[in-house]
Ligand binder design. Structure first.
Ligand code: PMP
Length: 295
């Protein structure tokens, strides 16, 4: 992935893709002092760019550092990169981290860096898998108590258990893993939020120890606009036996139907299909002028 053509916005400059490097003694690498975003451009416009940038800045604040660029600079950099790369449908990955001046748990004086990359990205899960619903295993690791980890931050360190869980699920032939939280309640997938449908009502866990995804909030809004009731509450895994439909939401996952979670199975029903369509309509740029306006 590090040997592509193109350029990466790196601390304010456009750097050739293969030259966008860090030193091995980078604090972010040793101590996970890094936060990132995952964004997606549709038709040349990054969906909810401002919300993603605000979350990036807030994620860093939660980890005790301040990104040395304003939201406006970051937004412009993301848009500019897209135009310079001549991409209209793409994934956008900003990442900020503590640099390499000091090596140790404390690194108060280390430079805070920011880099942004964009690349073309098709559907997260294979399209044919997606229409019949994907299969999830139940992860061994649990989402930690918010007193144990900064769960409101999209912090690199929190993804350690996600990668372990996703790899373990993939090794068993599953597409992803569902993670429970420290209380044993249903939490989320390794990179997406989870929703269930029963008797025409949507149920989804309260995001009190995992990311309240931007897609999650968008989809809740779309469901409510359709007059579908959405209940945010604690969900125990055994309850999955009574749910009829299940889907994941996320910038990368969009709205992805789920057919199985461990021993529980679900249909790809009307509410799921409707929200898949509504989401795809919502992400398209509302005004084509957006791209032209970017320097
Ligand atoms: N949970 C996790 C662990 C994620 O990585 C993501 C993707 N950022 C989400 C939920 C969904 O967030 P969003 O809809 O903002 O992409």
């Amino acid at each position: 992935f590090d040997q592509r053509d193109g350029e990466i916005w790196y601390d304010g400059a456009y750097v050739p893709w293969a030259d966008a490097k860090v030193h091995v003694l980078t604090h972010g690498l040793h101590y996970a002092s890094a936060v990132f975003e995952g964004e997606r451009a549709y038709g040349g416009a990054i969906f909810k760019l401002e919300e993603h940038t605000d979350r990036l800045i807030e994620s860093a604040r939660v980890l005790g550092f301040s990104i040395p660029y304003s939201a406006e600079v970051i937004n412009n950099a993301c848009n500019d990169l897209l135009v310079r790369a001549n991409l209209s449908d793409a994934y956008v990955r900003p990442i900020s981290w503590r640099g390499s001046e000091m090596m140790g748990v404390s690194a108060q004086a280390n430079t805070i860096h920011l880099a942004i990359a964009v690349w073309p990205w098709p559907s997260y899960f294979k399209p044919e898998e997606r229409l019949k619903g994907i299969r999830l295993d139940i992860a061994e690791y649990c989402r930690p108590d918010p007193r144990t980890a900064p769960s409101k931050s999209k912090a690199a360190g929190l993804y350690m258990i996600c990668t372990i869980s996703k790899h373990a699920a993939e090794a068993k032939g599953y597409a992803d893993a569902l993670m429970l939280d420290w209380r044993g309640q249903v939490a989320e997938a390794t990179g997406a939020n989870v929703f269930f449908v029963k008797d025409g009502v949507i149920h989804t866990p309260k995001p009190d120890c995992f990311l309240d995804g931007i897609t999650r909030r968008t989809v809740i809004g779309l469901a409510k606009a359709r007059g579908i009731e959405v209940v945010e509450r604690a969900i125990m895994p055994e309850e999955m036996a009574s749910f009829e439909q299940c889907f994941l939401t996320g910038t990368a996952a969009e709205v992805t139907p789920v057919s199985e979670i461990g021993p529980y199975s679900f249909a790809v029903g009307d509410i799921t299909k409707t929200l898949m369509e509504d989401y795809m309509a919502a992400v398209l740029p509302q005004e084509p002028a957006k791209v032209a306006a970017v320097g």
